[in-house]
Ligand binder design. Structure first.
Ligand code: ASP
Length: 439
């Protein structure tokens, strides 16, 4: 059994959190490759080291004095080192960082130092070899992640070392400069390492016990999700459920390696298993509910629209020409609506409206704003009758008007559009009917 374990920023924010992480790693010999994030927030209102680094670097490139800011960052690490009773000096590292900041080594380099230094501390604390991610994770000349080169080099390297710490979040460009993934990207590194190590499982340790059926800010203490498929997760993540970086599933998905989301502060909780597919029936008909506010709809009416070949394409080309992607396009015989993200749409709305008039000459055109979309996701829906019926009656009982319905062809999700003001109430009503009523 071989495991890759990634620890998020809050799991490594202080010496005490480091100790928890280390005892988790030491508890199983199979936890062989460790991917740390940079120190995150220790308490509400605290600043992540990554953000401190971005800020410090900006000061440096602005030609201002950045010594104080860099000292503060160093103090965060020293607090951890001292708390762990480690004999480790980062003086040389910080001198080099200072020099590189002065030389303008780039934002990516700056941000990457967060995980780099945390990796050095973690390796010293565990007694594991340290592998600099710049030597094993590669991006191409366009700045895109290079999966094949990375996998070749990294797997060869891991074959030579039974245990290692590999910092998350960054790698290098062909010329050797540092490049980071997008924010939260240590999740991706963990997945890349799991693939290269041919791990049996990728454990992603964070500060929650996995995915919850819905947002705890909306429903009190929602039930955890035990097992979720990659496809379900994609649907929920797109609609705002965030625990794991969006891109993190791809490297392991192609190898069939499951991801287990676990809680560093509650290691006995089983967390959530993310798998390719499973025979396990979900506990409830639905796996999760997620949603987002801030959508607008453009409603277009034209007599005999349905017999006009190319009507939809022409309408959508107007959105495309304006660089706006659409979310959903529910349609009727003589009507068609296009759902878009309001923030993106607002600045271009008049151009789009004019474009639609010009291209399809509608009888009537209307816009609605402040809509919310809710995704009810579940692999169990396919084989269960009446799921949509239950959603609609739950919403009707809660006095919520449904503005749009869309069921994907995969029958994995039902998307419902409601007024923004009904958003939370609608999620609660759906949660109640599927989860609370079943408990
Ligand atoms: N430290 C980076 C961030 O704050 C990457 C990560 O934690 O995954 O985004």
């Amino acid at each position: 059994m071989k495991k890759v374990v990634k620890f998020g920023g809050s799991s490594l924010a202080s010496a005490c959190q480091f100790q928890k992480a280390a005892s988790i790693i030491r508890a199983e010999k199979s936890r062989r490759y460790v991917v740390p994030s940079a120190p995150g927030k220790r308490f509400d209102g605290d600043t992540k080291v990554t953000d401190m680094l971005y800020d410090c670097y900006e000061t440096a490139v602005g030609g201002r004095d950045f010594d104080k800011k860099l000292d503060k960052i160093k103090a965060r690490y020293m607090e951890i080192i001292e708390g762990l009773n480690l004999k480790l000096s980062l003086d040389q590292e910080f001198e080099q960082i200072h020099d590189f900041f002065k030389k303008g080594a780039g934002k990516n380099y700056a941000a990457s130092r967060g995980e780099y230094l945390n990796g050095i501390i973690m390796a010293a604390y565990l007694g594991f070899p340290f592998i600099d991610a710049a030597q094993v994770i590669f991006f191409d000349a366009d700045g895109n992640f290079d999966p094949e080169k990375t996998n070749n080099v990294l797997s060869a390297r891991l074959a030579k070392t039974e245990y290692a710490v590999i910092p998350g979040f960054y790698g290098s460009l062909p010329g050797g400069e540092i490049k980071t993934f997008s924010r939260g990207g240590s999740d991706i590194t963990g997945s890349i390492v799991a693939r290269a190590a041919k791990a049996d499982i990728y454990e992603n340790w964070t500060d929650v016990s996995g995915f919850l059926v819905t947002d705890p800010h909306i429903v009190d203490d929602p039930e955890p999700i035990e097992t979720i498929t990659y496809r379900e997760l994609r649907e929920l993540a797109y609609m705002g459920a965030s625990v794991l970086h969006d891109e993190a599933i791809f490297p392991v998905r192609s190898e069939g390696i499951p991801i287990n989301i676990r809680n560093t502060n509650d290691p006995s909780a089983p967390g959530t298993m993310i798998v390719e597919s499973t025979c396990k029936k979900p506990r409830y008909t639905i796996t999760g509910i997620a949603g987002k506010k801030g959508f607008a709809a453009v409603n277009i009416e034209k007599d005999r629209m349905n017999s006009e070949v190319g009507f939809g394409r022409k309408v959508l080309s107007v959105f495309e020409d304006n660089g706006i992607s659409f979310e959903h396009i529910p349609s009727g015989i003589d009507t068609m609506s296009v759902f878009v993200q309001q923030a993106e749409f607002e600045e271009k709305e008049q151009k789009v409206l004019a474009g639609i008039h010009r291209t399809v000459d509608p009888d009537y055109l209307e816009m609605e704003s402040d809509l919310a979309l809710i995704a009810v996701v579940g692999r169990g829906m396919r084989s269960t009758r009446g799921t949509a019926g239950r959603i609609f009656s739950a919403l009707a009982h809660a006095n919520i008007n449904i503005r749009m319905i869309d069921q994907g062809s995969s029958e994995l999700n039902i998307i419902i559009g409601v007024d923004g003001k009904d958003f939370e109430k609608a999620i609660r009503a759906i949660y109640d009917i599927f989860v609370v009523a079943r408990l």
